[in-house]
Design a protein around this ligand. Sequence first.
Ligand code: 2NL
Length: 355
Amino acid sequence: MLDALKDELLSQVNAAGDLAALEEVRVTALGKKGRITGFMKELGGLSPDERRERGQQLNALKDEISLAIDARKADLARAHLEARLKAERIDVTLPVRPETEGRIHPISQTIDEMVAIFAEMGFSVAEGPDVEDDFHNFTALNFPPGHPARDMHDTFYLPDAGDKKMLLRTHTSPVQVRTMLNKKPPIRVIAPGRTYRSDYDMTHTPMFHQIEGLVIDEATNMGHLKGCLIEFCRAFFDVDDLPLRFRPSFFPFTEPSAEVDIGCSRKGGELKLGNYGDWLEILGCGMVHPNVLEACGIDSTKYQGFAFGMGIERVAMLKYGIPDLRTFFEADLRWLKHYGFVPLDVPSMAQGLTR
Ligand code: 2NL
């Protein structure tokens, strides 16, 4: 009678297809209302001799079923793992997925490289809105009302809405104005981003990119400005002895102001960077005008600093030999495939700067 029960339970154990079914078999046999448990409860009504013999048989049966359940559990776990390993196997020999065939736009690559260089010099990246007001774009930067420079910029003004005249920023300077208004010196930021001017020809697009830098502290001077820009240009163009020339210039927001040329050669119609006697203008800079500091809530008797700005398209064309500015924004996939950069080629000082 117990042999028949044993055979029945063992075949149930071995037929259980998963852990849930196996647990059901365990409850049927060994649970509180299980069949073996039921027989155990009947032991009390037997004579001592019968009880000993029957008790031993039931305990042996219980142990055997328990062992069978554990063994079956191990089998099921192994089968489950094998199925997962089979299903979740990754075929590393498959070709690369199509999305990794994308390219980084040369503007993004150039900004990444510039950020990497300035980050090593301790600069943080600041960002601000493309749609600005007159104060942040012009007034705080020492452009007097009605100054011809405001027209010079060929500004895109937005349709009137409310009290403030809004416009598309004509340079990234308003980002630095906002930084000065919101943070106390020392300040060391760069502001790369989109800028807009109503202009379109061989060398101008209505949307273009600039990077500007700003350093403010108690004793920041023109020597710091020169050292910073020499360091940057040599790292960015990867020419160790690249000569720089600072020429006096004028901007409303800096005094004194300078334009920076780098050494080059134009022999045989080919442009080479280095100490060859010829010069190429690449950026503007100067000591921040006291009026700008005061307009931005900084005490100009205690603090001073320098600022600089350059066009990103222009230096990207120079560094990567891209001949036509307008192609940057035509979204031509063949162009992007040719001039773009592979995503995993992360720019760093050690590699990726000269690809
Ligand atoms: C250029 C020249 C320059 C600045 C930008 C600046 C910003 C603040 C205060 C003072 Cl908030 N100056 N920026 C200074 C000198 C030159 O850009 O040729 N850019 C393409």
